[in-house]
Ligand binder design. Structure first.
Ligand code: NDP
Ligand code: HEM
Length: 496
């Protein structure tokens, strides 16, 4: 027999279909609380979407250690070969709203929450090893160029290429975005990169700089622009369909986690800044070291509860894993929790997606809106620290080793130098095949087609600094494509 429908206070409903009215033709009585409650809840069903990475797809999985890296880190998640840790994953596009089509050309977010016995460790990365900018000051401006124009309310290629032309260090990431990897066939057909330099530290108090790479087992598969357009014409949810159906069918995607490691002393000797998010660490100099395997194997039972409510943050590290001087990472460390308090509420950490599963949460933060849980440790007197009630105390054994830093505080200018073009040049000239280069030229020419001539020329001058063939290839592709009116999605007052 079906259970009885009740109000949120547990009282049984007499009807879920008919309003309480004065006479059969109405009006409705104000005392029909059930109706008011139902409509009021509907009004509150949406929460603010993520300010970036709003469209996403998520699922549960398992991480298994396959190789010993205890000489680099004391983190218990890596404590022994065979050790398994539960994981929540979310992939996303960056710019689109929560209803955006899945197969749009964009960087993909690659977020993982590892529920370790020492607390949650989040890796909030992308499917690219680098980023468009290297100083957090530029992040909000960059994101605005990806979102809608305030007047036209449309995406603005003029703004995108204007910004990139003014920040030539972005060319490395723009090259990947416009390459085949700009539209992966599914979240499973892409790698994940921690992107920033992080740190590992071991029981002896030694610190190592590190990059995280999750290489996929499914192969890199991509859609061309034309294929993606066709798919969007028939379904906007291609990734969600693929993800959901594959997992329900028992076909579980996998990634191998590798790290690249750099000693603290070696960091000073590199001819590039190893903390610059627009640069990779060349594999030849810093080989990939295998660590373990990530398998995604279970759909969320409730998408809103586990995926929309998920709060990933680079600030979530555990003993043995730490940050680095990377300026962008430093800003991200505080920005995400701030966003979560706004998007989800003060106690977002205790929502099912975010609550630690393998470690006890014990802190002295009190009360506040939606304090729906207790952590009073069984003693209501122990609500401050220090106290005589045996309340929780800090553990100095998990103190990170000290870090020597430059004592001169200053706003150091980030000039663009020839160094900024070395790695994109290698990608363009040595990694991409002739066919991949051709598609890169066409994709980029198509993306900048609606821009003004002045923006196009400024961007082509950036490509010229990478490689003359790059600029020439994009120019020729642009000339062979049909002209698009500049005003389509360009503000009229754009500089000529
Ligand atoms: P390698 O030849 O060892 O590495 C080349 C890398 O390029 C591989 O990791 C490959 O990824 C990746 N790659 C292939 N096609 C594309 C594409 N369309 N978009 C982005 N990446 C692609 O040389 P280096 O390590 O010296 O790197 C050379 C250049 O490759 C770098 O300057 C950088 O632009 C790019 N790159 C480097 C990475 C790194 O961490 N060193 C990571 C990704 C890109 P995979 O093997 O996973 O298929
Ligand atoms: C999401 C800020 C750079 C990857 C977000 C969110 C904010 C944010 C506020 C929304 C969080 C939420 O509501 O849950 C910033 C700032 C950056 C920055 C200030 C630079 C200073 C980056 C970089 C990467 C990245 C460099 C990747 C290497 C992601 C991902 C998400 C995200 C994957 C989605 C997380 C999820 O799946 O819920 N970012 N970001 N961001 N960001 Fe960033």
């Amino acid at each position: 027999m079906a259970k009885t429908l009740t109000t949120t206070a547990g009282a049984p409903y007499a009807s879920n279909e008919t309003s309480k009215t004065a006479g059969p033709r109405g009006p409705v009585l104000l005392e029909d609380y059930q109706l008011i409650e139902k409509l009021a809840h509907q009004n509150r069903e949406r929460i603010p979407e993520r300010v970036v990475h709003a469209k996403g797809w998520g699922a549960h999985g398992t991480f298994t250690v396959t190789h010993d890296i205890t000489k680099y880190t004391r983190a218990k998640i890596f404590g022994e070969i065979g050790k398994k840790t539960e994981v929540l994953a979310r992939w996303s596009t960056v710019a689109g709203e929560s209803g955006a089509a899945d197969t749009e050309r964009d960087v993909r977010g690659f977020s993982l929450k590892f529920y370790t016995e020492e607390g949650n460790w989040d890796m909030v990365g992308n499917n690219t090893p680098i980023f468009f900018v290297r100083d957090a000051y530029k992040f909000p401006d960059f994101i605005r160029t990806q979102k809608r124009h305030p007047k036209t309310n449309m995406r603005s290629p003029e703004a995108m290429f204007d910004f990139w032309a003014g920040q030539p260090e972005s060319v490395h990431q723009v090259t990947i975005l416009m390459s085949d990897r700009g539209i992966p066939k599914s979240p499973f057909h892409q790698n994940g990169y921690g992107s920033h330099t992080f740190s590992l530290w071991n029981d002896q108090g030694e610190r190592f700089w590190v990059k995280f790479h999750f290489r996929n087992h499914q192969g890199h598969e991509h859609f061309t622009n034309e294929e993606a357009e066709k798919i969007i014409g028939s379904t906007r949810e291609q990734y969600q369909e693929h993800l959901y159906n594959e997992l329900e069918a028992g076909r579980f995607p996998k990634w191998t986690l590798f790290i690249q490691v750099m000693n603290e002393e070696d960091a000073a000797k590199q001819d590039f800044n190893p903390f610059d998010l627009t640069k990779v660490w060349p594999h030849g100099d810093f080989p990939l070291i295998e660590v373990g395997e990530l398998e995604i194997n279970r759909n969320a039972e409730n998408y809103f509860q586990m995926v929309e409510n998920a709060a990933f943050s680079p600030s979530n590290v555990v003993p043995g894993i730490g940050f680095s001087p990377d300026k962008m990472l430093q800003a991200r460390v505080w920005s995400y929790a701030d966003a979560h308090r706004y998007r989800l509420g003060t106690h977002y950490e205790m929502l099912p997606a975010n609550a630690a599963k393998q470690s006890e949460v014990q802190h002295y933060h009190k009360d506040g809106s939606m304090r729906f849980f207790s952590n009073d440790f069984g003693n209501p007197d122990a609500y401050y620290e220090p106290n005589q009630w045996d309340g929780p105390v800090a553990d100095p054994s998990v103190m990170e080793p000290p870090l020597r830093i430059d004592p001169e505080a200053y706003r150091y200018p980030q000039e663009v130098t020839d160094d900024d073009f070395v790695q994109p040049r290698k990608l363009y000239a040595e990694v991409l095949s002739d066919d991949e280069r051709k598609r890169l030229h066409q994709n980029m020419a198509g993306a900048m087609a609606p821009c003004s001539d002045s923006v196009k020329e400024r961007w082509l001058a950036v490509l010229e600094r990478v490689h003359p063939d790059y600029a020439r290839g994009v120019r020729e592709a642009a000339e062979s494509q049909p002209a698009i009116p500049v005003t389509d999605n360009t503000p009229v007052q754009a500089a000529e």
